[in-house]
Ligand binder design. Sequence first.
Ligand SMILES: Cc1cc2nc3c(=O)[nH]c(=O)nc-3n(C[C@H](O)[C@H](O)[C@H](O)COP(=O)(O)OP(=O)(O)OC[C@H]3O[C@@H](n4cnc5c(N)ncnc54)[C@H](O)[C@@H]3O)c2cc1C
Length: 467
Amino acid sequence: MTTALQVVWLRSDLRCYDNASLHHAMQQGPTIALFIASPLSWQQHDMAMLKQNLLRRRIEQMQQELASIGVPLLAIEGSDYSMAVDVFAKLLPLNIAAVHCEVEYELREQQRDASVQQLLVRHQVAWCSYDRLCGFAPGSITTADGGMYKVFTPFKRNWLQRYHQTGVTVLPKPKPQPAMEIEWPELPAMQPASELPGDWPVAEVAVLERMRDFCQQKVQQYKTQRDFPAIDGTSMISPYLAIGLLSVRQCIKRLELEAANTLQQADSGAATWLSELIWRDFYKHVLVAWPNLIKHQAFQSYTSAIRWSKDEALFTAWCEGRTGYPLVDAAMRQLNQTGWMHNRLRMVVASFLVKDLHLDWRWGERYFMSRLIDGDFAANNGGWQWAASTGTDAVPYFRIFNPVTQSKRFDPDGDFIRKFVPELADVSAKRIHWPHPVAADCGYPAPIVDHATARQRTLELYQDAKS
Ligand SMILES: Cc1cc2nc3c(=O)[nH]c(=O)nc-3n(C[C@H](O)[C@H](O)[C@H](O)COP(=O)(O)OP(=O)(O)OC[C@H]3O[C@@H](n4cnc5c(N)ncnc54)[C@H](O)[C@@H]3O)c2cc1C
């Protein structure tokens, strides 16, 4: 009888350092790893092709990284999540003792895991799951009566209290195990990744270096620079957090090392960056506490009565960056061309879709998922509901961004606009935020709505829904 194997099922933890599944599996015995590409399920989640490609590239790279510690990784081409049960049924003859994986919170993922778990239990295979997607697991940061916070600030206070008491831990990369020969069952191999445009390395060491360099060189200026899309002032690590090539704990630990002297000062760049990482935790905790959000329901139930416009022409103009509002258009074109958008711009375009065009925030949420390389359900849903004032935010619905004022404030010289709206390349910094009517001569569209009128209409829409 051969020694029973430990299986690491990789999903949202595509890394070798600080990987609880890999760490514990290798402590228990000879380990193999498994990844199932699931393009049909990814499509159901509106996952951007760029993100799918990032996943595939990472797995190709990870095969080499795991091989260096003696762990063979079987990467399979599946269809939808239901195929996972068949895959495990075919792996069972390898003599499996346990399957290790990181918890995923979304609905279809939970259903998939429940089916696999049932199969494994029938065959006396242990199921070991680890809840380490956040700094602190959902359900562990609660109000005095054990509930989840509905607003961020007290959540953050409690999170920081816990952090100061216990800190966070990261796990080392496991030591190599002896090489293994595995007779894999017949299963379709994962399709190779295609070209990945942009500067998105997939080697673990390169990504850890990117995060370290940010903490060493940029985090001190983060508070003052993070809102300006023309400046390279944020970490650009969200795609890696989204696929688990980085863990949030690694970020916190690195921040402690590189910015120990300022992290305790509430208004420092380091503390501000930590606060953003806590936002990420917050939205995941919210999702687990209110699972209806996964079904795209609004957090503030009264807002389900809002009578959204169904104007598809306006939606198309927004998607294509043809609204006549230069900062909105530059942002949408950045998203379409690169799969990325700066956080300030995500807030501006989301507010514009909902409060200037009066379109349902779910249209925008879905479009973002289908384009973003860092698409993450909890952060995206949280960001959209924040912008639409349908979510956990304490700020009321009458906070409405003025897209021209935002443009003057956060792209004062118009450098970002010129980069993505070439029609306006020769327009002066003074005029670029509102280049009408002269912009028509350069082929730039006229504004599709009047902001002041739209603002008034928004107030009526929300007021009507409330009453
Ligand atoms: C409408 C809208 C949609 C969004 N959709 C997504 C999404 O699909 N995926 C995603 O990762 N983020 C999303 N965000 C949050 C934020 O815009 C991105 O995390 C950020 O721009 C990523 O850039 P960065 O890695 O340079 O971030 P940094 O500024 O360096 O911050 C570090 C990390 O903190 C986390 N973070 C920062 N801001 C937020 C936030 N507001 N909410 C939650 N986490 C945050 C991210 O993991 C980020 O990588 C969205 C925000 C809005 C307003």
